[in-house]
Design a protein around this ligand. Sequence first.
Ligand code: NDP
Ligand SMILES: C/C=C/C(C)=O
Length: 329
Amino acid sequence: MYTTKKWIYAKPFVNEPTLDNFRLVEEAVPELADGEFMIRAMYLSVDPYQRIYMLSVPVGSTMIGGQVGQVIESKNSEFPVGSYAFAQVGWSTISVCDPAKFETRKPYVLPDLHGLPLSLGAGALGTVGNTAYFGLLEICNPQPGETVVVSGAAGAVGSMVGQIAKIKGCRVIGIAGTEDKCRWLREIGFDATINYRTDDVKEALAGAAPDGVDCYFDNVGGQTSAIVKGQMRQFGRISVCGTISMYNSEPAKVVDPQLDFVWKQLMQEGFSVHRWTDRWFEGVKQNLQWILDGKLQYRETVTEGFENMPAAFIDMLKGGNIGKAVVKV
Ligand SMILES: NC(=O)C1=CN([C@@H]2O[C@H](COP(=O)(O)OP(=O)(O)OC[C@H]3O[C@@H](n4cnc5c(N)ncnc54)[C@H](OP(=O)(O)O)[C@@H]3O)[C@@H](O)[C@H]2O)C=CC1
Ligand SMILES: C/C=C/C(C)=O
């Protein structure tokens, strides 16, 4: 009989999460039924969506989230004991997973990562990488020579979006919240960066993209995004991935340049990466190949210790991470 540790959503989030929103519990892991497998967490993902999705989950539930772990017992031949899997089983050290219960976010055995760290299965070679791959290529359809702007650029998704746009021959401008982050983005090939906390975004963007923006990959929403949308070119495309500037507070009152949507014939589309569940491994394989070819760099901010999950989550929401925020058990 195994015992698991779990982080419980103990108190509803109001504004920025704090440690007292969470409670750590220990409990026995139930026996497996047919079709189920048991997974021991190795790397857990802390993600912005957890902040907003938990609002629709009852207090007292286990915190939601994905993890890479090892299968330690199995009554499902697709998940053999000893294999490494990704599963959306929440903030828990040992979990029972029934794949039949998932419509999207289905668990899967990780493909061969060619010696790269397993943690990438919770980031660049998983949901994050696919969000960048499909969200940029399918919605913005960036063309060589075009100008692409990405907000939240030094984060998990944003840093991959900018590099994929470079692979596609675009000029890339990243918007991020610290000088350190901006410096790193330039090191990995971004053509220009804007620090939204210290720069005048409107002026800086006009300087960096004097002819306007063809594609905008929006991770943040709010005022920054209203400014970028005001500087789009004819037939510009906007991929709305997330609105993190609003997750911890009331949305800022901003005015979208609606007239531009008509006159410049702009296209804006929101998406969930799970739209491409059927093409999941196409994205993983391509991102893996780009990493192996040295065309795509990944970075992780790793917090050690399951007991530090809430702190890692809170820190990520405040911008403490560069690249993907993960917790190593
Ligand atoms: N549509 C989809 O299917 C998916 C959407 N997403 C979305 O993608 C976005 C990025 O997620 P992910 O890459 O995992 O997270 P990140 O790794 O980018 O981490 C979050 C980052 O958000 C930035 N941030 C925090 N508060 C603000 C703010 N008020 N204004 C601007 N930036 C802020 C911080 O960077 P900084 O220092 O620059 O402020 C922080 O590092 C999120 O909006 C998320 O919800 C993610 C996965 C799937
Ligand atoms: C599937 C993830 C969605 C967001 C908004 O992060």
